[in-house]
Design a protein around this ligand. Structure first.
Ligand SMILES: [Fe+2]
Length: 146
């Protein structure tokens, strides 16, 4: 799947067009299905801008933080729901991956971890044992999104 998705040949669009496309995407794991996705993106970005007016990069991060969900949309290959929600991933039932470290080593860094996971998992510290110093340093920024 990684190889297939990494080809970057499916579609080209602006960030705003991608935000609009997200509105057509249904993430069954999202607890706020009644709220339009684009509204969530804008509210998050505006709240961050209000609290951190000098951190422009953080405003953009807030705006795009859920855009990965467009991988569920047909324009991006219509990945299965488990690609966005770890519990439904078939690997979740594979004993080789169901130990504390699975195929990874302590502190290997999240950039080396290949799996379906979302910002909530990271924010809740579910993978602290795999994080390196940079991941731990960056976690403080993610906690702003709470
Ligand atoms: Fe979100």
């Amino acid at each position: 799947m990684r190889e297939e998705c990494g080809k970057m040949e499916r579609v080209e669009m602006s960030i705003w067009e991608c935000c609009e496309l997200l509105n057509e995407t249904v993430d069954e794991s999202d607890p706020d299905l009644d709220e339009p996705q684009i509204q969530h993106l804008l509210q998050t970005a505006e709240a961050i801008r209000k609290d951190y007016p000098d951190e422009g990069w953080l405003h953009l991060t807030a705006l795009i933080h859920d855009l990965g969900k467009v991988l569920l949309h047909p324009a991006f290959g219509e990945l299965p729901q488990w690609a966005m929600y770890f519990q439904e991933n078939p690997d979740n039932k594979n004993p080789a991956y169901n130990t504390k470290y699975g195929i990874y080593s302590e502190g290997c860094g999240l950039h080396n971890v290949l799996m379906s996971w979302g910002h909530d998992d990271y924010m809740c510290g579910a993978y602290m044992h795999l994080m390196n110093e940079e991941d731990i340093e960056n976690l403080k920024w993610l906690k702003i999104f709470k």
